[in-house]
Design a protein around this ligand. Structure first.
Ligand code: 5GP
Ligand code: ZN
Length: 112
């Protein structure tokens, strides 16, 4: 999508501090970290949110979770939280599917 911030980051048109990249997805550090380690993993394909995951893109989403598991091991994260906000009330500010990976501090439950 031409006016989507994360499509532009995935395409390298907007700079980011990339952690990982392959044909299907990329991971980069959040510009406003909410934990000592906070990166985002996104599909390169534009998907609006979890609400738009379907049979055609579910393999990409499964791949993203395998990438999260591998990256977290490589970064030595022993405990971490994976979050995806869906819709405005849940706090989604960028309407391109992304998974936050947060680690390095105590976390509370329920989330705010
Ligand atoms: P959401 O609020 O949609 O769940 O998460 C969007 C995230 O994207 C936020 O944590 C925000 O800090 C991050 N973000 C917004 N703009 C940029 C940017 O230009 N670069 C990077 N690296 N992160 C961004
Ligand atoms: Zn997009």
């Amino acid at each position: 999508m031409s006016d989507c911030l994360f499509c532009k980051i995935a395409a390298g048109e907007i700079p980011s501090k990339k952690v990982y990249e392959d044909d299907l997805c990329c991971a980069f550090y959040d510009i406003d970290p909410q934990a000592p380690t906070h990166f985002l993993v996104i599909p390169k394909e534009h998907i609006q949110s979890v609400s738009q995951v379907d049979g055609a893109n579910q393999a990409t989403v499964g791949h993203i979770f395998a990438v999260i598991a591998r990256l977290s091991k490589e970064l030595g994260l022993e405990s971490y939280r994976v979050v995806s906000n869906i819709g405005d009330q849940a706090g989604q500010s960028v309407h391109h599917l992304h998974f936050h990976v947060l680690s390095g501090r105590d976390m509370t439950w329920p989330p705010g």
